[in-house]
Write a protein that binds this ligand. Sequence first.
Ligand code: NAD
Length: 478
Amino acid sequence: MYKIGNQIGQETVHNPASVHPVTSPLTGQVIGEVSYADPAMIDRAIAKAREAQRQWAQLTYKKRSEVLFAMRQQLQTHEDELAQIITQENGKSLAESRAAVAKAIELCEFAVSIPALIAGKTEIVSTGIEVKEMTFPVGVLACVTPFNFPMMVPMWTIPNALVCGNAVILKPSEATPVTAMKIAELFAQAGLPDGLLSVVNGEKEVVEALCDHPGIDALTFVGSTPVAKLVYKRATSNLKRCLAMGGAKNHILVTDEVNPEIVAKEITSAAYGMSGQRCMAASVVLAIGHCGAVIDQIIAISKQMVAGRDCPPLISRKAVEKIGQYLDQTPGTVVVDGRRAMVEGDPNGYYIGPSVILYDTMEAMPEEEVFGPTLEIIQVATLEEAIAYQNRSPYGNGASIFTDTGLYAQEASLGLSSGMLGINIGVPVPRDPFSFGGLKGSKFGYGDITGYGSLPLLTTTRKVTTKWNPKDKKDWLS
Ligand code: NAD
């Protein structure tokens, strides 16, 4: 049984007044407890962060990045243990959990390259006058994260923020506090000075306290769109920097020239991997022209899939019920019904199988994100129609096209309104150093959450103007 407290710097502090169970989606069993931070704990974590950050900011980028070299090693050494924890508290497969640790390693590798990317600019802008641009940390960042990537999403922000000279207060999802605690433990073992990383547990109240606290300079948020909007509005109304990543409903365009077997396999894997609990999961297929063979294949593969074996559990019983209600109420035709899925493994886990829903028009499909193993399919006549449908979606995280024609690929990449685009790829997640970030209701704020696009959020710039006396001691204007 895990007993998770709050990590105020490197001190673990429990709060007996606010203890909550941690449940494994695999079995529905309680696997531990987490105590939430009270306002005094949040104050202490922030005070400690501010103190530690002042010292940390004095070091060079190169010196600060040494901790990330060591963290990379810690992640490699503890890969198995971390993967087990992620699977136990989140429910995803061990292979997915291992991939999350591998991604965290890649994120550390990007962070250690920041010293090479960040060097400022110097230019002689007028006779005898030089302007030099330098970067400095923002200060103390809060990092609020969702349940679906308990390792990767905190590691989107923490390594880059630290190398840029900031301190971080992590507020993980209340559903996955164990991985967060392990991340803090490994950073301490990697030699991160006390106070630069704290973990405060809790829900809405803790996030609101971070948005309002004068000791927090900036926030990164990753979660659903309604909450991203609230957090973005609250943090920016307190004049803090904020980047808030929201939910998604990702469109996959398919042309009728593709190989149905290969493409249906790719689309179903993009839709049902992690049971659709990815912000980049394939959600809607826009089948262009005569795509009957692709649709038939998608339906055939979906029918063969088994909950438990092919689809891991959802995060909670509530999430299973929500998808059940979506299927009950959809105006579309449910041709594969995950509610009747066979469950291999533990029947008390939060399982649901894949579902496929067919719609006659885009207008008939609800706009909301489903966030489960559900694929919605609409047939359209032309590429232009498909692009117009995708453009009307309130979300803009990912979109892909499957096609053998370069011209269609080009038209789609110019016309689709999403931050991340795929050509013949179901989950078009850019790898570092390229940045992760959507558009429209999938992201509020400027910049991106990873890669070089994250650096403007994590740093401030100062422009230093210098006038040198000319050799003959005359004024430069004379
Ligand atoms: P969520 O919005 O319910 O919670 C995210 C975080 O916000 C959690 O830490 C939670 O405690 C906190 N929170 C919840 N309600 C709040 C409120 N009213 N005020 C302040 N804070 C609150 O999201 P989730 O269910 O944990 O995660 C799934 C969602 O995250 C999906 O919508 C998914 O698309 C999205 N997501 C987006 C990205 C992206 O990069 N765009 C990446 C991963 C997940």
